[in-house]
Design a protein around this ligand. Structure first.
Ligand SMILES: Cc1ncc(COP(=O)(O)O)c(C=O)c1O
Length: 418
């Protein structure tokens, strides 16, 4: 029998764990009142007094952009020229680097990830993800009819390079080509940021592996503007320009968190390789995807990003404003993590960023804890290997005492499962 929907598409109803959990939190707020509910679901930054954070330095600049620029199509399918210039400046030149690259503007980081997957592999191929990672990675793979292999992200509190190597080797032996995801810094959902030495070892291995076939390293930097390392983090992009010819590095940039502009849908694929012919073919394929899937990216949003990147006054105001919220995030993390340590609540090795994740390997215990916490009006997101706590959206007053409360519920759940 023929259906409206094609046999080859992923047609299951979307169960988005974040939106599902947030509905529960909203209902609880209606019934019990805002003050009595901990909503640690949303991956967007919320102010201490509630309400989505919107940077004044960004939105007052947006107000000044002429209607004409907001209304028009972008001047190029690959993104407005000043946007491309802005991306180069933001990621490389502002950190004193010069990295030759190709750029295609995308609707958010999601567009950059999806287009890279689509153009690097064919349906039926295998893409490699971390086992603990952003949920939609899986949806993106399924969109393009791909299978997934996972590397184990941690060995104790360190990046598990052995697992990364063995999974990449297995896939290379099977399909003669590798596409592997890394989300760093401020990883979602754990808040881990890889050490420079871990990156060095990883890139050495990627080089070695590329002797057997092409390696596409997809580096998702969605939270790059929330690392305390600042421009120092960007220094490692320099290494991308010295990779062997059979390596393509694709940086997936998102302006969602950088500009607190989640709905504006601004992002970019930044592609670096020493094989110019192959790089150019890949860029062309991605530009064709843009034309055939979303056309051009929001021109007003691109204009806004280029103002931020290239106008020193706007950048200075932004850095000051963002600096305050970076500090607030650090304070929130300190409260939760200190109490988690004191009370013995297990967490993954958090360094910085929007999320902390409770480390619960036993899936039955994890699911039971997730449900039990809801009974206490505490809402987190159920992820692989744990429960994600969005400290970006929980004010300090609610974080005080939270880890201890969660630990008490966890102890009850463990007792029932023993
Ligand atoms: C790890 C990670 N990558 C990519 C994205 C994509 O963000 P957007 O498509 O809004 O730019 C997100 C958004 O939450 C994320 O958490």
């Amino acid at each position: 029998m023929k259906h409206f929907v094609s046999e080859n598409v992923h047609d299951q109803a979307i169960i988005d764990v974040v939106f599902e959990a947030s509905q529960g939190a909203m209902k609880a707020i209606e019934t019990h009142g805002e003050d009595n509910v901990v909503n640690g679901v949303f991956g967007a930054y919320f102010r201490e007094k509630g309400g989505l954070l919107t940077f004044d330095s960004i939105y007052r600049t947006f107000d000044k952009i002429e209607d004409f620029h907001k209304a028009r199509y972008a001047a190029s399918i690959s993104g407005a020229p000043e946007f491309q210039k802005g991306i180069r400046h933001w990621l490389f030149e502002s950190a004193g680097l010069e990295v030759p690259c190709e750029i295609v503007a995308t609707p958010g980081g999601t567009g950059a990830l999806s287009s890279t997957v689509k153009n690097a592999l064919s349906p039926g191929d295998t893409v490699i993800h971390p086992d603990i990672g952003w949920g939609p990675y899986k949806t993106i793979a399924l969109q393009h009819g791909m299978d997934i292999e996972h590397y184990t992200l941690f060995e104790g509190d360190r990046f598990n390079l052995d697992s990364f190597k063995s999974v990449c080797k297995k896939v290379m032996d099977k399909q003669g080509k590798v596409l592997v995801f890394i989300n760093d810094p401020c990883q979602n959902p754990t808040g881990y940021t890889m050490l420079a030495s871990e990156w060095d070892e990883l890139l050495d291995y990627v080089n070695e592996l590329s002797d057997k076939g092409p390696v596409i390293l997809l580096h998702d930097i969605a939270y790059i503007d929330f690392t305390h390392l600042g421009n120092d983090y960007k220094k490692h992009f320099e290494r991308y320009k010295h990779m062997r010819e059979n390596v393509l590095s694709v940086i997936a940039f998102s302006a969602s968190k950088t500009m607190t502009a989640y709905g504006m849908r601004i992002g970019a694929q930044v592609m670096i390789s020493n094989n110019e012919t192959e790089l150019s073919r890949f860029k062309n394929a991605c530009a064709n995807t843009a034309r055939g899937v979303w056309s051009t990216v929001n021109n007003g949003g691109m204009r806004l990003f280029s103002e931020l990147a290239l106008n020193p006054e706007v950048k200075e105001a932004y850095m000051k404003e963002k600096g305050e919220y970076l500090e607030l995030l650090r304070e929130r993390a300190k409260i939760f993590i200190q109490e988690a340590k004191e009370s013995g609540l297990p967490i993954y090795p958090y360094k910085e960023g929007f999320f902390v994740t409770l480390r619960i390997d036993n899936a039955a215990v994890k699911n039971a804890l997730h449900l039990a916490l809801k009974e206490h009006n505490i809402f987190f997101v159920n992820v692989y290997g744990g429960l994600r706590v969005a400290i970006c959206s929980i004010p300090k007053a609610k974080l005080c005492g939270l880890a201890k409360r969660v630990k008490a519920v966890y102890d009850d759940v463990l007792e029932k499962h023993s």
